[in-house]
Ligand binder design. Structure first.
Ligand SMILES: [Zn+2]
Length: 192
């Protein structure tokens, strides 16, 4: 994973949001190819060596969203370099194409379908609990298989940025629903 991403990850432990401490073993440019992440609050830790970071309890299911990367790009409304976009569950099948549409934007693929590999602008995290801090993302696209994480994903999106989801938006999601139709919807994060 990219070293900058570690600033935006949170401990999966059942406690208030906490930062994680990175101990890199091996770097390839800005990518930490082997290392450890640990929580100073609860003592949780994980290690990786050559593969993606595994926070434990995540599943990687096959699947695709019913729209393409160009549509996701338009719905995210992101222009210009910098920051991070999360693609969650089967929405991460868009990562290779979205990477070319969002130059110099980091992509964190959370529980992506199995064919996706760590590389390029894409950093993979597998986890059974939401691994991203509050207000850490320029946008997020959440697949239907990960819809239980929609509220958490919206909290992780920066104010006024967009969350894209599949199916019907949850009624108690928060934020502002900007558009819905054709099995996809876009909500805007609030300024709270
Ligand atoms: Zn912890």
């Amino acid at each position: 994973m990219f070293i900058e991403l570690t600033d935006h990850l949170r401990c999966p432990g059942d406690h208030a949001e906490a930062f994680l401490v990175l101990l890199p073993d091996r770097m390839d440019g800005r990518r930490v190819t082997a290392g450890h992440l640990g929580c100073p609050y609860c003592g949780w830790s994980t290690s990786w060596d050559g593969g993606p970071a595994d926070f434990g309890g995540g599943r990687r299911l096959d699947g695709e969203v019913p729209f393409d990367a160009a549509a996701a790009h338009a719905m995210l409304g992101i222009d210009g370099p910098g920051g991070w976009v999360a693609l969650v569950g089967r929405a991460a099948s868009l990562a290779p194409q979205l990477e070319t549409l969002l130059p110099q934007v980091g992509i964190v693929a959370i529980n992506p379908p199995p064919p996706l590999a760590d590389g390029g602008a894409v950093s993979i995290v597998t986890s059974g609990s939401w691994p991203i801090k509050t207000h850490a993302l320029r946008g997020a696209v959440v697949g239907l298989d990960a819809s239980e994480w929609l509220p958490a994903a919206l909290v992780s999106v920066l104010p006024a940025r967009h969350l894209v989801g599949e199916g019907t938006p949850p009624t108690n999601l928060g934020g502002t629903l900007l558009a819905t139709g054709g099995g996809v919807w876009v909500a805007q994060a609030g300024s709270a």
